[in-house]
Design a binder for this molecule. Structure first.
Ligand code: GRF
Length: 206
């Protein structure tokens, strides 16, 4: 019998907004017994003090921190050094970016090499960057979706670990499409995180 007990890996979740993806990740680790054996949310960090996700995380009993980028007045290096010192205090094994809207430098990314995931609301490699839904509609695409990828120095360019697709309907606005994609984000991200915690990196599609 294999009696080895492995403690759950610690997952820090970085947000800037409402935190719906953060909630779906945290809930999967806090409410699903199998996922809870693999990981636990050790920190939710926001760069926006008023981000709705901070209160949601606190209500769930998760440690929260705010590092406001505006306090650093454009000194990206100082901002990232502060981020690193706050995050490292919690000794996370994985950093999950969930709507964290700051571009990170190679210094930050290399500090957490191999440990960082991000969710992006497009079918990467299409539509890196912002305004993904509007761009997909304007291009006349028949479908859109979301991708979870490892974070590397190339913006939205690391290895893709999971994707989920939705149809684009006639007359869709960017908000209509964003809402349809977000439902899939909430399913995809916990599924990919679980596999990542198990060391599995082959692509999954929903
Ligand atoms: C999501 O669509 C995510 O893909 C994008 O920003 C949004 C964050 O939403 N990067 P939430 O804060 O998780 O609700």
């Amino acid at each position: 019998m294999n009696s080895k007990v492995v403690s759950p890996k610690k997952v820090a979740i970085l947000i800037s907004g409402g935190g719906s993806n953060m909630v779906s990740l945290a809930k999967s680790m806090m409410e699903n017994a199998e996922d809870a054996r693999l990981g636990r949310p050790c920190l939710v960090l926001s760069n926006v003090p008023t981000a709705g996700g901070v209160a949601k995380a606190a209500d769930m009993g998760i440690a929260t921190e705010v590092v406001d980028h505006r306090d650093f007045k454009g000194d990206r290096e100082a901002f990232e050094q502060k981020l690193i010192s706050v995050i490292d205090h919690y000794e996370p094994d994985v950093i999950a970016m969930a709507g964290f809207m700051r571009i990170l430098t190679p210094t930050f990314i290399s500090h957490y090499a191999g440990k960082m995931l991000n969710i992006h609301p497009s079918l990467l490699p299409k539509y890196k960057g912002l305004h993904t839904h509007q761009r997909a509609i304007e291009a006349g695409d028949a479908e859109a979706g979301c991708s979870v990828h490892e974070v590397t120095a190339e913006l939205d360019g690391g290895p893709i670990l999971g994707q989920a697709r939705v149809p684009i309907m006639a007359g869709d606005t960017a908000d209509d499409l964003a809402a349809r994609v977000l439902v899939k984000e909430h399913l995809l991200y916990p599924a990919v995180l679980k596999r990542f915690l198990l060391g599995e990196k082959d692509l999954i599609t929903l």
